[in-house]
Design a protein around this ligand. Structure first.
Ligand code: UT7
Length: 349
């Protein structure tokens, strides 16, 4: 059976660096609070009009494709993970196909938020294993800066997120000593509204009646998106941070251990763990729980913030570019986020 290797990897982050102090111009926050609670020093924001989630994905994809030694014409399939698409529909996959002048290949969008890239990688891995495709472009990209509440009301969410894109070419190989060993996907929708963007959507208060997201009659109408929703800032993401934090520190170690046990490894065998860059405190907790040394974990949230679906491929790319990942290394990718969904992938580089 063929296996999947990451044959090429690329990343793109916008030029515009936004420091914590820059954010204090818009909301009541401080560099001290943000660094202490999240580890973030700065993040990148895309150009308001000249950059989109897809254009950033194109830049990352060009690098991944070139490093894989193929051309855009050789790509057989696209799997695109994002929660901040250019359009509500169609998805970013087709926009990427068009922008890169690819053949009329399939393009699939994955909506699994922070776990999106690991889910996308797992989907692509199945297509390679069955022999259906040889070169799959797997992308995670986000333009969060366009959809955040920059008033004090939205500060618990807005200070965390940043923009960027990462991409890999997943390629078929017959080499049994390399590639993706296994992927592990999970979800628990019980707390779906804890980290969510409710609108635009078709819920029309259905879930509110079941004591989940609550909107009063003035706020909700049978319209897809009402004026009242916008007036009440219900077009922005909602997050109960402490609730997410508590679940994340349980599920991250769990899903990493699951991947290790499945392949008869222990945490000391990990060469590099790339955790989704949600919060430096979460990554440090996971490191401690798994008794990993500093050199076994790669974090870069300090400079990019939380880029959701883009965070794992950006961190993986940067770690590889810095020479921290070499052929034969055991690399573990892990993510947790909205849904809740969580996932891991274990691979021999
Ligand atoms: O990647 C997707 C998954 N998301 C996550 O994994 C996020 C997980 N959660 C977290 O990272 C943390 O919960 C946050 C960083 C979001 C928040 O940190 P926290 O230590 O859990 O703070 P908190 O929400 O409990 O808020 C503590 C205080 C509150 O004030 P009071 O009620 O104690 O007076 C907040 O209003 O901090 C206040 N606060 C802020 N203060 C300054 C919230 N946001 C800010 C802010 N600046 N940006």
């Amino acid at each position: 059976m063929p296996k999947s290797i990451i044959a090429g990897i690329g990343m793109y982050v916008p030029e515009n660096i936004v420091t914590n102090n820059d954010l204090t111009k818009y909301m009541d926050t401080s560099d001290e609070w943000i660094q202490e609670r999240t580890g973030i020093k700065e993040r990148r924001y895309a150009h308001r009009t000249n950059e989109t989630t897809t254009t950033m994905a194109v830049e990352a994809s060009k690098i991944a494709i070139e490093r894989a030694g193929i051309t855009a014409q050789d790509v057989d399939f696209i799997v695109f993970a994002t929660l901040s698409p250019d359009y509500y529909f169609p998805g970013c996959g087709v926009l990427l196909q068009r922008a890169m002048k690819m053949k009329e290949i399939g393009a699939l969008d994955v909506r699994n938020q922070c776990s999106g890239f690991v889910y996308a990688l797992s989907v692509a891995d199945q297509f390679i294993k069955t022999g259906m495709y040889k070169n799959i472009l797997v992308v995670g990209a986000e333009k969060h800066s366009f959809g955040l509440d920059f008033s004090t009301r939205g500060r618990n969410v807005s200070v965390i997120f940043g923009d960027g894109a990462g991409a890999v070419v997943l390629q078929s190989t017959e080499d049994n000593n390399r590639g993706i060993l296994s992927t592990h996907l999970h979800s628990d929708g019980e707390s779906a509204e804890i980290l969510a963007m409710y609108n635009p959507g078709t819920h029309a208060n259905y879930w509110a009646n079941k004591n989940y997201a609550t909107f009063n009659d003035a706020e909700i109408s049978d319209m897809f998106m009402s004026h009242a929703m916008i007036d009440n800032a219900q077009n922005f993401p909602f997050m109960d941070g402490p609730h997410v934090f508590k679940k994340a520190i349980v599920k991250f170690p769990e899903v990493i251990k699951e991947a290790l046990e499945k392949n008869n490894f222990s945490s000391k065998d990990i060469s590099v763990l790339i955790p989704h860059q949600a919060n430096l405190r979460i990554a440090q907790f996971v490191q401690q729980k798994l008794e990993l040394k500093d050199e076994q974990v790669y974090n870069n949230i300090q400079h990019y913030g939380n880029t959701t679906a883009a965070s794992v491929p950006i961190a993986l790319c940067e770690a590889w570019e810095k020479g921290k990942i070499k052929q034969g290394d055991l690399v573990c990718l892990a993510a947790f986020g909205s849904g809740f969904t969580w996932a891991s992938a274990l691979l021999k580089w």
